[in-house]
Design a binder for this molecule. Structure first.
Ligand SMILES: [Zn+2]
Ligand SMILES: [Zn+2]
Length: 327
């Protein structure tokens, strides 16, 4: 009888464990690990200008950007025991090499992984255009006409990553339940018409927003994000205020803190040293250090799971790399 009861209880708990509650309990905690940046203090990792982060959320493993150098990404992933052969997908935020170049390593260990990239005309990720985009002149002889005067309906343009499973994103798209790629275009001098993808993930605590360089501006990106969920829980990544003056920095920091009431910020990459300082001052203990090698839990109380801290030496290295960067 006791054995029967034990079997019955086991069967009942087995059935409960198949339910979503148990599945959720079994899912690893949401977290982000910075795999590429120019500041940090893990001696096993190489600091370099660029950005890459592994986001583990909702049972998915997402590589957001790939850094500037395939060998550095390989070294840093190994140092953090991150298997880039196991990914649900990769997001390339934008065409700048400090976010894209590491993809060649990812494709070596994971050749068929889905890669989301912004759709740009004649971009490095490949593209296509209807042949009717160009004007025709039927008075010309065939050998002076494109395609002898008989172009394909759609003209296809190659990618610098032939064979990669690249899916181009033209406009803001929910690519998996609760996981949205925000697509915006920069209007800033130097990056006009550059399209950039940002990653927004719905969580019970609010939106987790990961940005590459924020060339379209972090405020327009957040404005688009709050259409998905007005409660922004965490913003991680580059805010591109690396050369901004104090007034511009204060405006952005004020908007994030006062207008959008963002819970936590975990800035990195091109956010800029004065902006790190300004964000830290305003957000206090809701400023999350996110240097190279940091793993941040993204739950109700995000905290550094593996805080390797920052040192004066890190900042000196960051400045040296910044001086060499054209970003
Ligand atoms: Zn960048
Ligand atoms: Zn950039």
């Amino acid at each position: 009888m006791r054995i029967l009861l034990r079997f019955t209880l086991a069967a009942v708990f087995g059935a409960i464990c198949l339910s979503t509650a148990c599945a959720a309990a079994a899912a690893p905690p949401a977290r982000i690990t910075v795999l590429y940046d120019a500041f940090g203090s893990d001696p096993a990792m190489a600091k370099d200008w660029g950005y890459a982060a592994l986001i583990e959320i909702d049972g998915k493993r997402i590589l957001f950007d790939t850094g500037d150098d395939a060998a550095v990404l390989a070294k840093n992933a190994k140092a953090r025991h991150v298997d880039l052969g196991k990914l649900d997908f990769v997001v390339l935020s934008h065409r700048h090499s400090d976010h894209v170049s590491g993809l060649s390593y990812v494709l070596r260990v994971n050749p068929h992984v889905r890669v989301y990239a912004p759709k740009e005309n004649f971009g490095m990720f490949g593209s296509d255009l209807p042949a009717k985009f160009y004007r025709k002149d039927e008075s010309l002889p065939a050998n002076m006409r494109y395609y002898d005067g008989a172009p394909p309906e759609t003209m296809k343009f190659g990618t610098v990553f032939p064979g990669a499973n690249i899916e181009l994103i033209d406009k803001t798209t929910e690519v998996a339940p609760g996981i949205t790629l925000i697509a915006l275009v920069s209007d800033a001098t130097g990056t006009k018409e550059l399209k950039e993808l940002s990653l927004a993930v719905r969580t019970p605590e609010g939106l987790v927003l990961v940005v590459g360089c924020s060339h379209p501006g972090i405020e327009p990106i957040v404005a688009e994000a709050v259409r998905i969920d007005p409660h922004v829980h965490v913003i991680a990544g580059g805010l591109h205020l690396v050369a901004a003056q104090d007034a511009a920095i204060e405006k952005v920091v004020g908007a994030l803190h006062d207008t959008y009431k963002v819970d936590f910020v975990a800035p990195g990459h091109c956010t800029g040293e004065p902006t790190f300082a300004a964000l830290q001052k305003v957000f206090g203990d809701r400023y999350l250090y996110a240097g190279l090698g940091t793993t941040l839990g993204l739950g109700a109380n995000p905290r550094v799971a593996s805080n390797r801290g920052s040192t004066a030496r890190d900042w000196a290295g960051y400045r040296a790399l910044l001086a060499r960067s054209d970003e």
